[in-house]
Write a protein that binds this ligand. Structure first.
Ligand code: URA
Length: 167
């Protein structure tokens, strides 16, 4: 298994990294997924959005935030004059949990090094965690979303803020 210290040995560009991990079978979600949902957007983005896990549409299309929640996210981005091509977006888990249940701690443990390497490659200036589950998973806390809003956290040495999930 990959430990957090092994991150330095992983590919330093997104395409090679995706190719390396897209057939992952480290956890049981690898058996039920239709598609591995790596991430989407600008590899040079200043802002990286991190959701929880792919849903049904994301699993079917292999792209994060393309379902209902994604359509609202696009509107929210448009309101601040951004598009998906200006930002980078991915999830903590790259594969869909059956029936969209919350990620299990074991799944997060296996998958989080992938997120950390993506962030190491992209080096965003800001990370936006979308929703309580994404935020609590990333920050290893059980705080309410209400308590986490309006604060600046650190994740992978990058400033991180928490906001509502578009769902
Ligand atoms: N919700 C998420 O957290 N991520 C997606 O990719 C889609 C919906």
């Amino acid at each position: 298994d990959m430990s957090k210290d092994d991150i330095d040995t992983l590919p330093g560009n997104l395409d090679s990294f995706k190719k390396l991990i897209c057939t992952c079978k480290k956890c049981p979600l690898g058996e039920t997924r239709q598609n591995f949902v790596f991430g989407f957007g600008n590899p040079q983005a200043d802002v990286g959005f991190v959701g929880e896990a792919p849903g049904e549409q994301e699993d079917l299309q292999g792209v994060p935030f393309v379902g209902r929640a994604g359509k609202l996210l696009d509107k929210i981005l448009a309101a601040i004059e951004l598009t998906r091509d200006d930002i980078y977006i991915c999830n903590v888990l790259k594969c869909r949990p059956p029936n969209n249940r919350d990620p299990l701690p074991s799944e997060v443990e296996q998958c989080e090094p992938y997120l950390l390497n993506q962030l190491r490659i992209i080096k965003p200036k800001l990370i936006v965690a979308l929703g309580r589950v994404a935020a609590c998973t990333i920050l290893k806390t059980k705080e309410s979303l209400k308590n986490m809003r309006n604060q600046i956290f650190k994740y992978a040495e990058v400033d991180l803020i928490v906001t509502y999930h578009p769902a």
